[in-house]
Design a protein around this ligand. Structure first.
Ligand SMILES: Cc1cc2nc3c(=O)[nH]c(=O)nc-3n(C[C@H](O)[C@H](O)[C@H](O)COP(=O)(O)OP(=O)(O)OC[C@H]3O[C@@H](n4cnc5c(N)ncnc54)[C@H](O)[C@@H]3O)c2cc1C
Length: 437
């Protein structure tokens, strides 16, 4: 029997476990370990709550967890409850699928002012992530700025823009729904260093902005390249740019506005005791399509500033780290003897949920090629981990526990907040019959 520990229960972790289960059949036992008591990583805590069809991919992961070969252990933070060295002693292979949950810093003055938040924190807040549910972002001003030109920036702008009724059918947590409903924000400026042709926003997500009940998006026509230039774009970007061209046309006014501010590089955040304005430098593109500052600066009023400029993977003791890439140092997913990585922890924070499937399969195939079904020298695997966790009084959650928590969440739902995620407060322990001391 081979024993594998996959650290992280997001898409990368589940696809890798699925691939290992297929490669080894009954000859392997696989533990998926997560620091949170519930599975699915960014599917549950990152993907926007009003994009339920995307979250449905977790049903495929359920089948993996219920297949008999794979076991889920939540509430076990690797690097804290158990070390990498200990896991390497217990398992034939340890695969890090820990994602890239830390926000990249803007690196400008004023970024520590109240009112400035990273997207991991902001997204975690409205998705009920235990580490960020208490964020309580400042929504009392009239204007917000969202920095970045990718889909996460679009998610954040859309969530700030929607009316309460537009969250029907979502799984936004009640505390965020109530705060957003009371929000004073009327103008949301999306700030990007480069222009419409350089965006990383997909057409479907951009198109949604044109159909909001109370918000109208606006692009300055002067920022758009000549229409003939769109022909050189890849088909996806061309579709996205078509939406931007539409947003540059006059549309019926609505109470809230999303303003696209292209060719603007954040240089400082100013305010008396809290963020009041984002200072940006006007940019132009050089011959290579990179943004260069023009020296002209101006202020964008904003008392909430959400930076959506990327993420990095947190370090874990004993694991070599690629400083520049903000991920684990690896060669095709191999970190070192018996240690591997997949997903965002391997590649950095790019690609969709689906990108993690070939990624996980590739690393699983590499492991299967390196490790034959069994060499008769069996490690202790999950049994050894259970003994260690019990001795340390770590109460790991099982997949059945997750089902119990999920049922409690559904029961706690309100008509306008269909699923009340309970893992951000102590109730989940009580639900499992383990009240906190
Ligand atoms: C805001 C946002 C919205 C997105 N929306 C979409 C979308 O709509 N469609 C789409 O296709 N893609 C979307 N993505 C991208 C998608 O979520 C990622 O491609 C995918 O989640 C990456 O998978 P992963 O398994 O590498 O990381 P993650 O999903 O982040 O999973 C990592 C897991 O590791 C656990 N973990 C971390 N550290 C430890 C530790 N020390 N010990 C134990 N466990 C640990 C975490 O708790 C987490 O469960 C979005 C991403 C973001 C940030």
């Amino acid at each position: 029997m081979r024993h594998f520990a996959v650290i992280g229960s997001g898409p990368a972790g589940f696809y890798t476990a699925e691939a290992l289960a297929k490669a080894y059949g009954d000859a392997a036992k696989i533990d998926i370990i997560d620091k949170l008591p519930v599975p699915y990583g960014l599917i549950r805590f990152g993907v926007a709550p009003d994009h339920q069809s995307i979250k449905a991919v977790s049903r495929r992961y359920d089948k993996v967890a219920e297949g008999g070969t794979v076991r889920f252990l939540g509430n076990v933070a690797v690097g804290e409850a158990v070390s990498i060295e200990e896991l390497k002693q217990l398992y034939d292979g340890v695969i890090l699928a820990t994602g890239a949950p830390n926000d990249r810093k803007l690196g400008i003055t004023g970024e520590d002012l109240p009112g400035v938040v990273g997207s991991a924190a902001f997204v975690g807040w409205y998705n009920g992530h235990p580490e960020f549910a208490g964020l309580d972002p400042l929504l009392d001003g009239a204007a917000a700025a969202v920095i970045g030109n990718g889909n996460v920036a679009l998610d954040v702008a859309r969530i700030l823009a929607k009316t309460r009724a537009e969250f029907a059918g979502s799984d936004i947590v009640a505390h965020a729904l109530d705060s957003l409903d009371a929000s004073a924000i009327r103008t949301i400026t999306i700030v990007g260093r480069r222009g419409p042709h350089q965006i990383a926003m997909t057409a479907k997500e951009l198109g949604e902005l044109g159909h909001l009940d109370g918000t109208v998006p606006h692009v300055d026509p002067a920022d758009l390249p000549v229409a003939e230039a769109d022909g050189a774009l890849d088909p996806g970007t061309r579709k996205s740019v078509a939406h931007l061209r539409d947003f540059a046309q006059p549309h019926a006014d609505k109470p809230k506005h999303i303003e696209f501010d292209f060719f603007a590089r954040p240089v400082a955040i100013e305010g008396e005791g809290r963020a009041e304005r984002l200072i940006v430098e006007r940019t132009a593109l050089d011959a290579a399509g990179q943004s260069i500052g023009t020296g002209e600066t101006y202020a964008i009023p904003a008392s909430l500033i959400v930076s959506c400029i990327g993420y990095h993977t947190p370090r874990i003791d004993g694991v070599p780290y690629d400083e520049r890439g903000g991920k684990f140092a690896n060669d095709g997913g191999v970190i070192g003897d018996g240690l591997y990585c997949v997903g965002w922890a391997r590649r950095g924070p790019s690609g969709t949920i689906g990108t993690n499937r070939p990624d996980g399969y590739e690393v699983a195939e590499c492991i299967a090629a390196l490790l034959p079904a069994s060499d008769g020298n069996e490690k202790r695997g999950g049994e050894g981990l259970d003994t260690l966790l019990t001795a340390r009084m770590v109460r790991a959650t099982s997949f059945d526990d997750w089902r119990t928590i999920e049922a409690a969440e559904t029961a706690a739902a309100r008509p306008d907040a269909p699923r009340e995620k309970i893992v951000y407060h102590a109730d989940w322990l009580a639900v499992l019959g383990h009240p906190q001391p």
